[in-house]
Design a protein around this ligand. Sequence first.
Ligand SMILES: NC(=O)c1ccc[n+]([C@@H]2O[C@H](COP(=O)([O-])OP(=O)(O)OC[C@H]3O[C@@H](n4cnc5c(N)ncnc54)[C@H](OP(=O)(O)O)[C@@H]3O)[C@@H](O)[C@H]2O)c1
Length: 419
Amino acid sequence: MDNQQQPLRLGLIGFGCVGQGFYDIIRQQPELGLTVARIAVKSPDKPRSLPAEHFTYHADELLNDLTLDVLVEVIDDAAEAFRLVSAALRQGRRVATANKAMLARHLPELVQLEQQHGGTLLYEAAVCGSIPVVRTLDAYFSHEPLRAVRGIFNGSSNYVLTRMSEEGSDYATALAEAQALGFAETDPTLDMGAFDPRSKAVILAAHAYGIFLNPDEVLNLGIEAVGAADIAHAAARGQKVKVVASVQRLPNGRVAALVTPQLLGPESPLFAVEHEFNGVVVEGEYAGPQFLAGRGAGGHPTGSAVLADVLALRRGLRYGYAKRTTAPAVQPAEELELDIYLRHADVGALREVLTWLELPATALRTDVHGVYATGAVPLLRLAQWRDELRANGVFVARRGEVRAGEAVAESRLAAGAVA
Ligand SMILES: NC(=O)c1ccc[n+]([C@@H]2O[C@H](COP(=O)([O-])OP(=O)(O)OC[C@H]3O[C@@H](n4cnc5c(N)ncnc54)[C@H](OP(=O)(O)O)[C@@H]3O)[C@@H](O)[C@H]2O)c1
């Protein structure tokens, strides 16, 4: 029997949305030769869809059971996931995980453990649910210089924005729906504050550019303050509000990464990505632009990506990280600027925000919905004020891609700064 048919005994850690979706998929395909031999969950008191004897409440029992060929980690606790996955890699085990928050924080250590102890870690399900983007970047584009990877990486916030623009739902109702449908993370701040797509951008940067970014150094602005006025403002211009993650190579060869709402027109393929769907545009130097779209969240789509990893582990696949570089992964934010749109229902508060961002009073504009502002702002300044913008309910969206700002460069020169 070649290793592609080798029956596998799986240890499943986590039996929530993704764990149950994965279990369901493999139960329907007995010909795959996969058996979920043990399942670990957290709470002994929860009603389950399987009899109690299937479960243990101590995930370490799965680590200690060396008859398990593959461990599948799909829990909602990033710190515990790191403890379990790193312990499994120290044992040289084969592991599939969907935990992007854990990966974004610990990828360099996990890759090192993999190499030291001969285990394997795959994590297609951690980025864009069912879309095979990690493997596409890692294997297919391993030697293609990439101009940019950008996309809608969060199904919950995209669902909320779609419901607000198509159905006219208010933010709170749309968010409650996303949670009820199982798209949202346990903590909605991760989705709506764009922390979750930031983790995914960090993971993709490792495969697209070979750099391990610190998530805290990647600007993320979310949609917690988005309102009907913003959706209508975009619609009046033939645009939509989308939360777009961008990882792009700059003319100086360095890489910029950020996740913010963006006002997008139909010229972008991301414009048509709705509800819980995700979309990724990969711009290759030679291949040109390519677009992948699919379900970005939910038990079955994410479970399908976990299954693809388990089968890939059986075939002996590992990520190559072919572009891995030792160059420092510095975010050169001070050289960069963004064209932004910002709105707050209180004009006085909006005026104060202009002073934070060093925008002139002439940045203020009016439309039928009230007062808003537009202007070019250094990325660094947005990053410095990110928490205040969130805390004060200011909605900020960019109106284009990051660029090396002439105004910024000129003001630095005028101030005598060394370029
Ligand atoms: N939901 C999605 O669409 C989606 C998409 C892509 C990636 N992900 C990622 O997949 C992972 C799981 O997400 P989910 O939506 O399936 O979460 P979930 O529905 O909240 O389920 C989490 C599961 O983990 C179990 N668990 C938590 N701590 C544990 C521990 N210490 N030991 C053993 N089991 C533990 C929970 O046990 P109890 O049942 O006892 O509470 C529950 O079964 C997360 O990392 C998430 O970011 C989710």
